[in-house]
Write a protein that binds this ligand. Sequence first.
Ligand code: 16G
Ligand code: ZN
Length: 528
Amino acid sequence: MSQEAVIAASGAYPKPAQTFQYGTAGFRMKAELLPSVVFRVGLLAALRSRYKGGQVIGVMITASHNPPADNGVKLIDPLGEMLESSWEAYGTALANAESDQAVYDYYTQLEQKFNIDKDVVPQVIYGSDTRESSPALVQALKDALDAVGVKSQGFGAVTTPQLHYVVRCLNTQGKDDAYGEPTLEGYYQKISTAFNQLMANKSNGSVTVDCANGVGGPKLRELQKYLNGSIDITITNDDTETFSKLNSESGADYVKTGQRLPPSVSAQPLARYASLDGDADRIVYYYVDKDSVFHLLDGDKIATLAASFIGDLIHQSGITDFSIGVVQTAYANGSSTAYIEKLGLPTVCTPTGVKHLHHAALAYDCGVYFEANGHGTVLFSPTALKRIFAHEPKNPAQDTALTHLKNITELINQTVGDALSDLLLVEVILAHKEWTPDLWDACYTDLPNRLEKAEVADRNIYKTTDAERKLTHPVGLQEQIDALVGKYDQARSFVRPSGTENVVRVYAEAATKSEADELAQKVKALLN
Ligand code: 16G
Ligand code: ZN
């Protein structure tokens, strides 16, 4: 790597007059602001790989559920986790360096700070979602990787969880904790094999999946080729050619935030529907009842379904002293938390953002984590996996349960929430329980709730504590919120600054819809 080469390559991607911040899900904004950021993230990925002794780092270019004009970029650490948070600040500093020389200087400063071995060959893999702006951003990334001598490989359009999967496979290849074949084919093989075994001799009717016109559409179609036909999957909103359709009037965020059907879906009573987001790391289910009333089965419902099913399998396999915990955020519906406690399982609440939930889930033998918005997965600790795979069943019933349990650990993408893997997980559980969506829904009744966003002059003055459930600043505001909440039945409300947009979010739930709406409006009014 020469100073001239880095500075010349950086010169092709001038920094706009803008301050950047590596946020909850990397950098995310209007795509035209991103070329310099992506270039510099490429440099950071190279450093991170060398710091990790040449392990493979992933770079995903996506803006998830954001509108088509946006894009984003984030790093994936060696085991398929989000970038370690202490490194986010280096990304922010690199992105904000004011000149090409400053970029190079900061890069070498980091090399010195971490005593990085210059002989280690960095390795980076990358992918993107289906946005119009993605190819140009991929080019910016490649230019950075080439400038600093990275051994790299592009995977084209992939879902975010697929890239997480491949990163983990590459770094564990040939080891005890090998995760799978480091290819998309390997990904489809792994989860479909588990699914097909779990669904042997079962069938589960049909499910219609709205793919938000994002990368999930073609990938689900691919996955479908590997499935044994025990469920009939109808794919809708899978137009990835018309860029303007991405996440438009479709997708998990549209359905969850508006608590409504995508207009393109004409729902049949009691049939199953699911929506993915633009990069297929989120999924929500829904159905309409006999009176055509819409019911959402969100991340909380998926978490409770998964936790209770896995808990039963553990028990039926004869495995004892095994801890299962459910990790949620402040957005989790109060009824879901009460239900999990009724199941006798511990719950933990963390701040919003996958990295927080993921981390908390590692505390259990089996940690189920889901955000209400549909992002989540299930983690089995290395010790738990060893115990499951070494367990000797004592009778045929234990044997059957144990075989299902082993397949469940293979079906789930344990690197990150994965809409395709979660879809198959839900389908398996519903098939095993012989549940229609209304039976699943009947486990508990969601408290009516409302999410609002407020434009404020400066969201940074809002500071939270207690996993974002309480404000410490502006001083006095929390007391005002508490006073309002006290006037409603079964009510809860919190205010938190968004990590992805320049707004403040207001959540309220209460015993009735009108009370939840009113409470949200009143709390929002306190912010002006
Ligand atoms: C990001 C997070 C998502 C979270 C959302 C909250 C990841 C991969 N994604 O999209 O989990 O729900 O931010 O956004 O961590 P907000 O801070 O704007 O409300
Ligand atoms: Zn997403």
